[in-house]
Design a protein around this ligand. Structure first.
Ligand SMILES: O=C(O)c1c[nH]c2c(-c3ccccc3)cccc2c1=O
Length: 457
């Protein structure tokens, strides 16, 4: 079909980075040419599926099954979630209707942690793919939001005797296996085996994973923000090149981070994100920090209206304790991708040149701005405590044949070497009147796109 062919064609064109946004309903279709829907990812054109694993936070199991082509709906499907008690029981019930569906519950042994990781492992008859995304396996996450998707190249099967461990310069395979083994779940053993049997040497991204635990010694830099710090220390831009370059964080939820910036945000977290290669000890002047988080009016005037805010869970209880944060806030604006009204559920982090024409690196991940996701140092910085499962990928210019930096793609559908940053750079600061979206207070002054008010119970 034309649009199917058309979208496949676009998948090919945009293959340079394997990074896509999800299709958005209700915008000019010109803005969806390089976008993917879940049905495109699972389509027969991507491979002849034999089995798949779906890692996520929220699942609508009947809806998910419907996203597979009819001929793949009876293939073995493993669902990996972190739900407990009633919700776990709901998932078990829903899965009973499908004899090919198995459930696997991730251990949540640290309070307030969640299984945020959104990943698909797709086994074909001629190889396998890894897909890492920010969208839940529910209809509305794939409908009118800005979401990110990284689709791996097709990883061919290793021949029996093939000596090569089948890893890449970014040790993608080793890190993915280390992430999966940290679940300590028998139910994942078969997928760890599938990964071992495939050649992933064509993977150009680094894995950024988080796993609940108190990580120390060798493991201290395996996950969370210290993993990012380690990669940037070894492979990042040099200190002299990026001195003074702003760090940009963009996310759809915010945790509690203490009464001032020096507790965590502009301490260990910004230190990791502003790490550069070279003289470890050389502390660069503190990098400016720009945080992108939707304003109340961004949400009100969005395609979904106030209901978009049901997926932007920032509570007034938390916001009150950290007003310092709001000085860093910038609006959601994505004219470059025709998505200023498609609210962000994507989470991205990058290092931007002062003229915002270049970026030194780019990460897309399930991790929001929270200690639970990125980790917090404890016991005199000897261990990193992480509460949640998260996964994302990091793009470094040299892994994609770029000289020093990525040029920022400032117009859409450019099939060039520029990196498709999903929103407008430089970010636009909040006006004096702007307020961050808070999801648990009523808004009765102005109606939303659909003429409704917001009255959370
Ligand atoms: O993993 C994800 O993507 C998400 C995880 N939690 C979400 C919540 C939530 C907030 C507090 C307690 C439990 C759930 C609410 C709305 C959207 C999300 C969400 O999108």
């Amino acid at each position: 079909k034309l649009d199917q062919k058309g979208s496949d064609h676009c998948l090919k064109m945009n293959d340079r980075f394997g990074f896509y946004l999800t299709k958005v309903a209700g915008i000019d279709n010109a803005h969806n040419l390089h976008a993917v829907h879940i049905k495109d990812i699972l389509s027969t054109s991507m491979g002849n599926l034999q089995a798949s694993a779906q890692f996520n936070y929220m699942f609508d199991i009947p809806w998910l099954i419907q996203q597979y082509p009819v001929e793949f709906r009876s293939k073995p499907l493993l669902i990996v979630h972190g739900m407990q008690r009633e919700t776990k029981a709901e998932y078990d019930m829903a899965a009973m209707n499908y004899s090919n569906v198995k459930l696997c519950q991730a251990k949540m042994e640290i309070m307030y942690g969640t299984h945020h990781t959104k990943m698909m492992l797709l086994l074909y008859d001629n190889g396998m793919r890894v897909v890492i995304t920010t969208a839940n396996n529910i209809h509305q996450d794939w409908y009118q939001k800005t979401q990110g998707v990284w689709i791996s190249p097709l990883f061919p099967k290793l021949d029996k005797g093939e000596a090569s461990a089948g890893d890449s310069d970014t040790h993608f395979k080793k890190d993915l296996l280390e992430y999966l083994s940290a679940y300590k779940l028998n139910g994942l053993k078969e997928w760890q085996e599938h990964i071992k049997q495939h050649n992933m040497s064509s993977a150009k991204v680094f894995i950024l994973g988080s796993v609940p635990g108190r990580h120390l010694g060798e493991k201290k830099t395996a996950f969370g923000h210290l993993k990012l710090r380690k990669i940037l220390q070894e492979h990042g831009p040099s200190v002299s090149e990026v001195k003074g370059w702003p760090v940009v964080g963009q996310f759809s939820s915010i945790g509690s981070m203490g009464p001032n910036k020096d507790n965590w945000l502009c301490a260990e977290w910004r230190e990791s994100l502003s790490t550069a290669k070279g003289l470890g000890g050389l502390r660069t002047a503190d990098a400016p920090l720009k945080l992108i988080f939707p304003t109340k009016d961004n949400i009100r005037l969005s395609l979904e209206g106030y209901p978009a805010g049901a997926s932007v869970p920032y509570s007034i209880h938390t916001a009150k304790k950290q007003q310092f944060l709001h000085e860093y806030f910038h609006q959601w604006r994505a004219e470059v991708q025709g998505r200023s009204r498609a609210m962000p559920h994507i989470k991205t982090y990058l290092r931007m040149s002062p003229d915002s024409k270049k970026i030194a690196w780019f990460a897309v991940t399930s991790s929001n701005l929270s200690k639970a996701a990125w980790g917090a140092l404890e016991k005199k910085q000897s261990q990193l405590m992480i509460r949640s499962y998260e996964i994302g990928v990091l793009f470094l210019p040299q892994m994609f044949g770029a000289e020093k930096f990525f040029e920022v793609q400032d117009k859409e559908c450019q099939n060039s070497g520029e990196f498709p940053v999903p929103y407008d750079l430089p970010p636009t600061p909040y006006t004096k009147q702007d307020r961050p979206w808070l999801w648990d207070i009523p808004y009765k002054d102005l109606p939303d796109t659909h003429g409704n008010m917001w009255c959370p119970s």
